[in-house]
Design a protein around this ligand. Sequence first.
Ligand code: HEC
Ligand code: HEC
Length: 284
Amino acid sequence: MSVQFKILIGILFTVATIVVLVLYGINEDNRMSQYQKNFAGRTIQAGAEYYETYCATCHGEKGEGIVGKGPPLNRTDLLDLKKTPYLKQIGWQGTTPDFIRNTIAAGRPQFSSYYAEENYQQHMPTWSEDFGGPLRPDQVNALTAFIMNWAPGENPPLIALVTPTVGPTPTPIPPEEILKAIPFPMPPSDQIIAEGKDLYTKNCQACHGENRDGKGPGGLGSIKPPRDFTDCTGMAQVSLVLHHDVVVNGLPATGMPAWGKKLSTEEVWKVIMYEREPCKLYTP
Ligand code: HEC
Ligand code: HEC
């Protein structure tokens, strides 16, 4: 077996497991299914942001494609789940979402023969960190969900794209349950806030300021000033998911560093809780 084939089998197996887990969950509990749908909605939203950042330059804002850079993705022959003649033509046996997820994850280190005449300037990059790219598997999932959302008609497989991890929910859940659900938010107890403050002082204060008002000396001269965590109108725009994403991945264009490799998941959430404390915006 070639390495690629083994990787492919691995991916398909993982996907199959996810589908089975999700379907099982849905049958078992209707409330869960509603929850999964909400989560799917948020996943698509996150996917839209990633798409804008990483993909639109080659595939176009609306997936219409750009001559010389990347093929259109918003096309019926690729996305129509009842037809997908393109996938038949290239001999793909799996589902459409699997094809898309797989392509995003691994990229196309070589140009395909079916795009030979397009003379694209660059290869389709490898995106998943599983293959040495920059994106986490959940980000690849979100991108897949976003692209599949262009498919015509009802879109049943979307639910199957939802990773069966516990996410932020709009209904309050007991703190001990939340703690179990790490990497999702932990309760803003005195202890968590104190630990978050400690992490903030060491890592963030230089730019975001001693008073969490964005006026630290390290932020002077940034294109955009560091976030003022005491401005509650502004903070209302920063969802928990966005907050987490910015801390983990940074905003390279504006000088906000990425902390995902320096801080543990728990530490990231603790510092987030401390930053959200002035406005008490603890729920998603
Ligand atoms: C540097 C330009 C570039 C960027 C950035 C890029 N792509 Fe691509 N993409 C391509 C090219 C070129 C192809 C076709 C490659 C080939 O098959 O020869 C492609 C193919 C694809 C395909 C398969 C389409 C098909 O018809 O087979 C998908 C799906 C895709 N890209 C998704 C994405 C997503 C999602 C992102 C953002 C995470 C992205 N691409 C970013 C250039 C790019
Ligand atoms: C070197 C300076 C610097 C350090 C250190 C720094 N930040 Fe930032 N941060 C910035 C800048 C500049 C921005 C504004 C970027 C923008 O809005 O585009 C920012 C923005 C943010 C945002 C807001 C994102 C938004 O959408 O408004 C969050 C959240 C954040 N930082 C968290 C942190 C955390 C947590 C730490 C410490 C673990 C930290 N930052 C350390 C410079 C810094």
